[in-house]
Design a protein around this ligand. Sequence first.
Ligand code: UTP
Length: 471
Amino acid sequence: MDIAQAAKELKKIHQEHVLRWYEDVSEPQQRQLLGQIGELSFSKIPQWVQQYVKGPGAIQLPESFEPAPAYPAQPGPRQAKKYAEAVELGQNLIRSGEVAGFVVAGGQGTRLGFDGPKGNFPISPVRKKTLFQIFAETLLAASRKYGARIPFYIMTSPLNYQATVEIFENAGCYGMDKADIVIFQQGTLPNFGFDGRILMADKGRIATSPDGHGGSLKALYVSGAVEDMRRRRVEYLSYWQVDNPLVKLIDPLFIGLHALDRAEMSSKALKKAGPLEKVGNFCLVNGKITVIEYSDLPDAAAMRKNADGSLAIDMGSIGIHLINRSFIERLNAGGDFLLPLHKAVKKIPCLDEQGKAVHPDTPNGVKLETFVFDALPLASNSIILETLRQEEFSPVKNAAGADSAEVTHRMMIERAAGWLEAAGLSVPRTADGTVDCALEIAPDFALSPEEISARKDKIPPIKPGGKVYLG
Ligand code: UTP
């Protein structure tokens, strides 16, 4: 886009001020600004301003919704046969190279306050392995187990792309083949002041922020990652969030149930800890699985009980999905694919009218983002598989308290202890039942409790207060 064109397009949407300081900045900055302007969705911005910036931007609660059905974590007698079939199919799909790992790691991790990409946060209890290292080693162990390549797709934001690439390079890709690691960037959306004007980060740069984890469905396509999957004949993407080291990355049961039911996008879910737990709620809306955010679900609906006293809407979303390549291709076929926007009122550093930098201490504008679970109702079919919190979910979100590294650390130790005990080994515990040692099971030692049983004789006795690394 050249300057004349940019000026014309911006005028049409009443955002001429974006070029206000164009003549004051260097040539490279001018080019950068024109590049950013070229990426703006001119046809959509006026409506975003009306709906999200000046308007409430609230998501419309569907007129009627009911609890979504889910496959239970443990099959009942009627499901046992299907589960066994699913595990076999899932294993075959992994063996034939049709499954890849995909982590969304473009978040800003503001709550954790860690310097650098969150994936580089050290979390494992004994060796202090980082989140990225745990994921890469798990994929490598699964690829050895199944005798197949399992590529690793990693989405970053433009802000943490370079740092993420360097982390993997400096770590020798944690033992994975470099060719199996594909790191790409998500898109961004402009930030707006409350008056509807696009904010400027500096004189030659629009203030933008990453377009949310929902941006992954477009970024996978435009970055060429989907094309890469097609070349490798990968059909299923196992999706997870960067902050959850407990996730079972490559799960034959989940993959198999998803494939047997011909689903295009599926989810794992947890039984909610209580009616008002702050997780998305899986519901059925017009026959489609849909996530209703906790903030949008009226308390009365959240509290509703079944006849037996159990919670009616009890499946919580934990950011673990399977997504088909063909689904992503279908969504992007029309070009410029965008999921519904969500509005967040934030403090956004920017320039004031005089071109002076402002670091507000109260909110001064609106950021827009998209959520990946909003793609679920677009899938022709979708399943939910219940999983157990202690086995699969402990996100590192905060520096202290709930969802902090300390909690995740403890959960990792508890899970490892549970796996050893299930194999008949004894683990020291204090009087209140807490595990009394630091335990870490490396992915290449065991990916599941069953694999611990098979290697029982290699595990030394564990002393109270000890540190044990099985790897
Ligand atoms: P969170 O909602 O926890 O956001 O992201 P965050 O940005 O990481 O952390 P806070 O809110 O600033 O403290 C959930 C997952 O979605 C990814 C994150 O990296 C994390 O894996 N994500 C989030 C993206 O990949 N891109 C985004 O734009 C936002």
